[in-house]
Design a protein around this ligand. Structure first.
Ligand code: NAD
Ligand code: DAU
Length: 351
């Protein structure tokens, strides 16, 4: 049995990762440290509450004493850091929390990891990062692991800073660290502030579908389970100090993606009560400040070194995702509580 300390495991990707470790592997013991911010939802892993291989600890990655105690008690073989403020729009209206968690929090976790290794423990640290650290692409080309960092939003800059710290801890202290930079994920349990669940949620209620700018920004979509399988593989098999790009070669303009979602919902549920297609809910709104034009990942390195390839194409992944949201409207209603409604008004009324 190997012990993994997951930080930020109540969020979208972390909860999918933990479920994968418990359901598809028999040899991982999982400890999940999460601060339960607005994005961290205990409901996401409620079914694992009584599983003997899963333990939850409530706390902040910026709390050094707590992390020291957790490492001492649980003696993990691996640490996987998902904990972050993750929404670009929130980083534009309120960057401070991003500096605190994504930079200072990761630094604190790394310091605890350094002390734990210095005490003779063998452990590897995987930093779950993003392709946004590379900045924005034009119509051509892909991000490779050699692309220089050029972050454009406060979120991307905070993730880039954390990556640099992780890299430096490997170089300076010879710690066993890894970094992955992944493209846009989608799938079950994604909080409805992000494009796909927000559009599904609004379309189900017959509300406007707010597309930023001209809708021609391109994202490279990856089904969350494919990302989680890549992370497990990197953790287990990568050489120390490596960085890997992870992506699905599923590039699409936002407007095309939203139309695809509308077509699928119309097909399943019929038109809106007034007979209109959900495509008529699409509303072009003011653009995101500093909006990156295009992201696209070259994932050749992880394919060549670790034989990883995504298994889920966009059409199939989107159908599975819509199925999940239709089957879990109770979950959606719970997360769209009073604080979500306040967020939504503040973010969208002024666009
Ligand atoms: P999320 O916002 O859904 O979840 C973040 C989780 O971290 C939540 O459970 C939250 O409670 C927890 N958290 C926040 N601050 C914390 C703190 N100080 N201490 C402990 N826990 C804290 O995010 P996500 O979409 O699941 O992303 C997870 C990670 O993957 C992030 O680091 C993000 O940068 C990265 N990433 C996300 C995507 C994507 O498309 N969502 C793509 C590439 C990389
Ligand atoms: O690329 C990886 C990144 O993907 C992750 O690091 C981030 O954590 C994750 O949030 C995501 O960032 P994006 O900014 O690309 O995702 P978001 O879902 O917020 O937006 C996707 C695209 O859709 C983007 O071009 C902005 C646009 N958009 C978004 C929202 C919320 C809209 O047009 N309307 C919207 O209401």
């Amino acid at each position: 049995m190997q012990t993994i300390l997951v930080t930020g495991g109540l969020g979208f990707i972390g909860s999918n990762f933990i479920r994968l470790l418990i359901d598809d592997f028999s040899d991982y013991q999982v400890i999940n440290l999460d601060a339960v911010t607005y994005a961290g939802n205990p409901e996401n892993l409620k079914d694992l509450e009584n599983d003997s291989r899963y333990t939850f600890a409530h706390g902040d990655i910026g709390d050094r004493k707590l992390i020291d105690e957790l490492l001492e008690k649980e003696r993990p073989d691996f640490i996987v850091n998902f904990a972050a403020e993750s929404h670009v729009d929130r980083s534009i209206t309120g960057p401070a929390a991003f500096i605190e968690t994504n930079i200072v929090g990761t630094f604190t976790e790394l310091e605890a990891f350094r002390a734990y290794c210095a005490a003779g423990n063998k452990c590897r640290f995987l930093q779950v990062s993003t392709d946004e650290v590379y900045g924005s692409l034009g119509a051509e080309g892909y991000f490779t692991e050699e692309t220089p960092y050029s972050p454009n939003s406060p979120y991307a800059a905070s993730k880039a800073s954390a990556d640099h710290l992780v890299r430096a801890y490997h170089h300076t202290y010879k710690l066993d660290t890894l970094i992955t930079n992944c493209s846009n994920n989608y799938g079950p349990y994604q909080f409805p502030e992000k494009l796909i669940p927000l559009m599904i949620s609004n379309a189900l209620e017959g509300r406007d579908l707010p597309v930023y700018g001209d809708g021609k920004n391109v994202r490279d979509w990856l089904y969350v389970e494919d990302h989680c399988r890549a992370l497990e593989l990197v953790l287990r098999a990568a050489n120390s100090g490596e960085t890997y790009n992870i992506g699905g070669h599923n590039e699409m303009e936002n407007i095309e993606l939203v139309r695809l979602l509308c077509r699928s919902l119309d097909r399943r549920l019929g038109p809106l009560p007034d007979g209109r297609s959900r495509q008529e809910l699409i509303t072009f709104v003011g653009d995101r400040q500093g909006h990156d034009q295009r992201y696209a990942i070259d994932a050749e390195k992880i394919k060549k070194d670790l034989d990883w390839e995504p298994q889920t194409d966009l059409a199939k992944g989107m159908e599975m995702t819509i199925d999940w949201y239709l089957d879990n409207q109770e979950w959606l209603n719970q997360v769209r509580d009073g604080s979500y409604r306040k967020y939504y008004q503040e973010m969208y009324n002024k666009r």
